[in-house]
Unconditional design. Sequence first.
Length: 127
Amino acid sequence: MTKGIVSRTGERATPTVEPDLQQAERTCWNARIPGASCREERVAEYIIAQLRRAGIPQAAIFRDQAHRRSPAGGESGNLVCRLPGANLSPRRMLAAHMDTVPLCVGVRPVVREVRRPRRQDDRSGGR
């Protein structure tokens, strides 16, 4: 159970979390990569490049042939990155979609600077 933050007056205060603007911008750039269902090849190539940039060896990254067995077909199978474990603890798996829902195909995200209003109890000096 989390106790939370208590203000000087004894009231519960919600912590202010500063946005990670670099992550937001990366997310917007990622959204610009075309990746409709069955057309995820460019997304897969982008993810592979990011894994390699993070230091993952090429031998740990592969794609299966699931798209060849699917009635829908497609350009790319599942992208798999297999890393060795450090001990005998249980294995973990992370899975995510590479395709874009039809409503978002062709999206052109816009990044704007948003100014956050100061609150009375803001540590940045607003009083």
